[in-house]
Design a protein around this ligand. Sequence first.
Ligand code: 6PG
Length: 241
Amino acid sequence: MSVDWRKYPDAVTAAQACAQHILAVLEETLSGEGLATLAVSGGSTPRPMFQEMARSRFEWDRVHLFWVDERAVPPADPQSNYKLANESFIAPAHFPDRNVHRIQAELGPEAAAGRYENEIREFFGLSAGELPGFDVIHCGIGPDGHTASLFPGEPRIRDHDKIAAAVWVEKFAQWRITLLPGALEAARNAVVLACGPDKADAVRAIFSGPYDPMQWPAQILSRNLTSVTWFLDEAAAAGVD
Ligand code: 6PG
């Protein structure tokens, strides 16, 4: 399967291009729908993506914002994915608070995951067993090929039925709340933003290696989605050029 990927000189231009692509897909969605849904990830790479979105004039009151994953920390914690998005996007874009569906990680991992799953089910009007079709999801990858908070060896990588769960991440000795593969695969459009030399080996394995999502969880994104576009800087693309 060929992966739609685009290469940029550096991490900032890759992030800005990813932002513009997200806006274009949201605009296309809103040409036919009253609302659009966007689920974002965290980490360090997406900050310039969020800042680009905040600088762009957009009908944010017609967009509902969700998260792909969250660390089990309070929203003011430096590790919080919400904190990153709030500082670099929600606040500067004057994104309407009523459209922000934050993972309330301060409730504790299991309670937060259950609450988040219910909030998604209610917003999308899902019956039991149905999965949300986010209009756009944004994911990153780690050097180990993880995406969302699905790290290599995580048993939930085999779960294509549930929406979200709390997972223990041994690598960081941390609980996280994450969308599960079924919810990622049900997205109408996906973008993956991956930058830096430490991602090059993972990108090559994800794109060209044997399909083994237990070892390379981000292959969920490169092999199982109908519309996914990867935004790489030259360093991360070094192994696939
Ligand atoms: C998180 C993210 C995670 C992230 C990758 C890449 O909560 O950390 O959702 O999946 O996208 O770990 O993170 P960097 O951008 O920091 O490399």
